[in-house]
Design a protein around this ligand. Structure first.
Ligand SMILES: CC(C)(COP(=O)(O)OP(=O)(O)OC[C@H]1O[C@@H](n2cnc3c(N)ncnc32)[C@H](O)[C@@H]1OP(=O)(O)O)[C@@H](O)C(=O)NCCC(=O)NCCS
Length: 178
């Protein structure tokens, strides 16, 4: 009896996970300005109509806000609860305090390269470019550009190391990525 309950619960869990993935993947691909094949959004992922996504991108929970253009490369992976903020409220030039109304927001584009991996709970601010193959540590706030292959983290995120470029290029040239 216990084994049967376990099996049924396991199947239910799997069905729920698959349904969640189907729902968010469809929602992202319908909202984004463009989206390559093989997208996977495993949990709540909200993008803007100015978001462009490459092929085989993997989201595990992300919210993109604002009016800036956001470009996310191919074979991108993100952890849970990530945030990309592509508009800033206009506080010094706005017509109201504490900041101008929505129409006065300042949009800033974000570019995230191919093979980038964002750890859990990363925040990426507008105006930032994250280079190909970079890794951002969990809980980081990325406020300035991160070069390709860098491993960066903290608040504000700083580069503390570069990943093994030879290893990265070898696997890339052999098509060994997901
Ligand atoms: C990116 C990551 C994998 C890099 O791991 P690593 O190469 O082994 O790096 P280390 O653990 O050696 O850390 C390097 C330094 O950054 C610090 N550090 C590690 N993770 C950190 C974080 N999330 N924020 C701030 N600093 C961090 C370490 O203490 C270390 O500092 P030190 O040199 O002063 O001792 C790891 O930092 C990380 O964030 N892992 C979690 C990824 C994640 O979210 N996974 C789940 C969803 S995909």
């Amino acid at each position: 009896m216990r084994a049967l309950v376990k099996t049924v619960l396991g199947r239910l869990r799997l069905a729920t996970t698959n349904a969640r993935r189907r729902y968010w993947t469809k929602r992202v691909s319908r909202t984004a300005a463009s989206c390559g094949p093989d997208l996977r959004a495993n949990s709540r992922t909200i993008v803007t109509p100015k978001t462009h996504i490459g092929r085989s991108a993997n989201f595990n929970g992300m919210v993109i806000t604002g009016g800036g253009t956001v470009r996310i490369g191919s074979w991108f992976h993100s952890g849970r609860d990530c945030l990309v903020i592509s508009s800033f409220h206009n506080y010094d030039g706005g017509s109201r305090i504490p900041y101008g109304p929505k129409g006065e927001d300042i949009d800033k584009d974000v570019t995230i390269g191919d093979f980038v991996w964002l750890g859990d709970r990363c925040i990426v601010l507008g105006g930032v470019t994250i280079g190909e193959g970079a890794i951002i540590q969990a809980g980081s706030v990325v406020v300035s550009d991160v070069p390709p292959l860098a491993i960066a983290g903290g608040h504000p995120a700083r580069v503390f190391r570069t990943r093994d470029a030879a290893h990265f290029e070898q696997l890339k040239s052999e098509g060994k990525f997901h």
